[in-house]
Design a protein around this ligand. Sequence first.
Ligand code: PDD
Length: 287
Amino acid sequence: VTRCAYVNGRYVPHADAAVHIEDRGYQFADGVYEVIALRRGRLLDEEAHMARLDRSLAELEIAPAMSHAALGLVMRELVRRNRLGDGNLYLQMTRGVAPRDHGFPAGVETSLVLTARRAKPQPQALVEQGVAVVTMPDIRWGRCDIKSIALLPNVLGKQAARAAGAYEAWLVDRDGHVTEGTSSNAWIVTAAGRLVTRKTGNDILAGVTRRSLIALLGEQGLALEERPFTVAEAKAAREALLTSTTSAVLAVTRIDGAKVGGGRPGKLFGALRRIYLDYADGAGASG
Ligand code: PDD
């Protein structure tokens, strides 16, 4: 099948999909996005992604391009046309096309772009060995709760991680606490066996994977502390983890070159990954 994208009302061949050069997404990164996992063709945590999308749009006063119901149909049609099983769906809304001027334009329509692609199975080595992260200052803006397409600090952070042979960069605030990864949320397990992740607020994205995992913890009767942790605490932790739509749950076994938990994925990681994937392959995904 020819890969297909959705651009402002049309399904088009991916190779020909284009937006106008004066789209405010291109000119100002004036837009928001979501990445939704596809499991056997079904959308994982669709409602939570739609709720976060609504919130991002509202915070930026961007009008939704269409209703949830309509968007649901478009997303499913795109999955169908691309004959996708396991993959990821990318959705972007921007303030629209207008002559370049910083202030909001009047009478424009929100731009909507959707792409989808197959995901290769996650390399078993990442699961079995865990991943390395490097830490660096969090140089982002004050509204990281908005899933904005302005991702330059995240891009630079990820590239620095790759250059260092690491999978992810953990961003550190001025107090020395980890905020989150460049495209994932950060967690540790303390010596006492307690799971810790930062509270949601303006300084991190409220991850949908984070949210689902927390709900599952509750069902398992596992305790969670929502609070900041320092890089030193993470390095000394029994286990460390990261979560995101595209990585699910992975163990972090090295931080700035230092081994965490003996350098092997821990027990709690194993349990959490299993619980999460069971959910993702079952109740979490919607037709
Ligand atoms: N990133 N924090 C940041 C800064 C992110 O960009 C992401 C997701 C997350 C995890 O959120 P979720 O669990 O909802 O995927 C946390 C997506 C996958 C991306 O930009 O590709």
